[in-house]
Ligand binder design. Structure first.
Ligand code: DOR
Length: 424
């Protein structure tokens, strides 16, 4: 394995910020090594941080390889500065058993661009009726369980899920949506939706399930993670649950801190996502949630879809947006937070939630694994869809000024991105 010198960058991790060289040998950060490095990364003026960890990536394989594969999605992740992603289980077949989970992990290793950690569904086939074998899946390393794409509708089943999860070191991660309130919805229910005469997805459909699960956490003592929070009241509910000392964590997406429902005036399905883009008040509340730590992590909800499906009318097009390659640029452009706090939400905080805290999001000190990201925190740029590594093109950020661009990514001592280009 080659030796790497990352020279003269601003190193930012959970221990603080300092200008320092970072030396890597055999996949580990070292104090010094003999001879000249095999690779030198000139990082003067750049920021060097622990690699990013995405809690919420749809890699689409198995089943929808026309939209993304584990290889193309991992490449997109590496280009976005990620060294680990949690793969969502809404694949076909569903990641609801050890064989499918093993397949996803193996494909991730083969691609070698980023650590791919499969999540598993809470219910078999994500059908909402029968729990998956939690203990068996926990034994092969699954840490997050979710029916993402759908919430678990049945409160008794969810209560049992929390009860059975206790003591297994796993976390239930909820997509909060009461489906009886969102049937047929294409966008956020509010003024804009009324003007357009479109069926709406009310904020309360999310908030009811956030509230239900907070109370189930209070009852059972099991931990919960709330996926893609999108409304002001959801943020407030989680804030209060945390102040009550409940074991809850949450995430927000780059699109929910930067885009609003007004974009749907174009009727363009590129802006259709679940949960939907909300109002500016919600956007501000989600940003505040990130600033005060109510929301622990920024997670992309990278959801590739082939062009033909997103070009359909709003009611037929599937919800979802790309996120991996633009996350840093969106976050630094839209969040009034220090680079260090943004990186905390992109790296070490999600690493802990994913159960990857031993390997990713580690301080940049000798002896730690070399999972690193090097970026220019100031560079302003615009996304060029044709140049994305993702197999799909459904990014809503075309023409949106971004700030902060990943230059290099190192995974276990191997350079996966050099000067903004994937090495494999
Ligand atoms: O917009 C979304 N797309 N939200 C989800 O929860 C699922 C995802 C997908 O799989 O496309």
């Amino acid at each position: 394995m080659s030796t790497i010198l990352i020279s003269g960058g601003m190193v930012v991790d959970q221990t603080g910020a300092r200008t320092a060289d970072v030396l890597v040998a055999d996949g580990v950060i070292v104090e010094s090594h003999d001879g000249n490095p095999d690779v030198t990364i000139e990082a003067t003026g750049l920021t060097v941080t622990p690699g990013f960890v995405d809690l919420h990536t749809h890699l689409r394989e198995p089943g929808k390889e026309e939209a993304e594969t584990i290889e193309t999605g991992s490449r997109a992740a590496a280009l976005g500065g990620y060294t680990a992603v949690v793969a969502m289980p809404n694949t076909d077949p569903t990641q609801d058993c050890v064989s499918v989970v093993d397949f996803v992990r193996r494909q991730g290793k083969l691609a070698g661009l980023c650590d791919v950690h499969p999540s598993a569904s809470i219910t078999v086939g994500r059908a909402g009726h029968q729990l998956t074998p939690f203990a068996e899946l926990a034994e092969v390393g699954v840490r997050l369980f979710t029916d993402d794409g759908n919430g678990v509708q049945n409160p008794l089943l969810m209560r049992r899920a929390f009860e059975y999860s206790k003591g297994l070191g796993i976390t239930m991660a909820q997509h909060c949506e009461v489906e009886q309130l969102t049937d047929g919805a294409v966008m956020h229910e509010g003024d804009c939706c009324s003007h357009l005469g479109l069926p709406g997805w009310p904020a309360v459909a999310e908030e009811l399930m956030v509230h239900r699960d907070i109370e189930l956490v209070r009852l059972t003592g099991a931990p919960a993670h709330f996926l893609h929070l999108s409304t002001a009241k959801s943020v407030e509910l989680v804030r209060r649950a945390k102040s009550d000392g409940l074991p809850v964590t949450s995430e927000a997406t780059p699109h929910h801190i930067s885009l609003t429902d007004e974009l749907l005036r174009s009727y363009a399905a590129i802006y259709k996502v679940n949960p939907p883009l909300r109002t500016m008040d919600d956007v501000v509340a989600v940003r505040e949630g990130l600033s005060d730590g109510t929301i622990d992590a920024i997670a992309t909800d990278h959801a590739p879809h082939v062009a033909a499906t997103k070009e359909q009318p709003l009611d037929l097009a599937p919800p979802g947006m790309l996120g991996l390659e633009t996350a840093l640029g969106v976050c630094l452009a839209h969040l009034d937070m220090s680079v260090s706090d943004v990186v905390a939400a992109l790296s070490w905080k999600p690493a802990l939630i994913a159960g990857l805290g031993g390997l990713h999001g580690r301080p940049i000190v000798p002896g730690e694994p070399a999972n690193l990201t090097v970026f220019d925190a100031e560079e302003e740029w615009e996304v060029a869809p044709a140049q994305l590594a993702s197999k799909s093109r459904n990014t809503p950020f075309v023409g949106v000024p971004l700030r902060g661009r990943v230059k290099h990514t190192v995974l276990g001592g191997v350079v996966t991105v050099e000067n903004g280009v994937a090495t494999r």
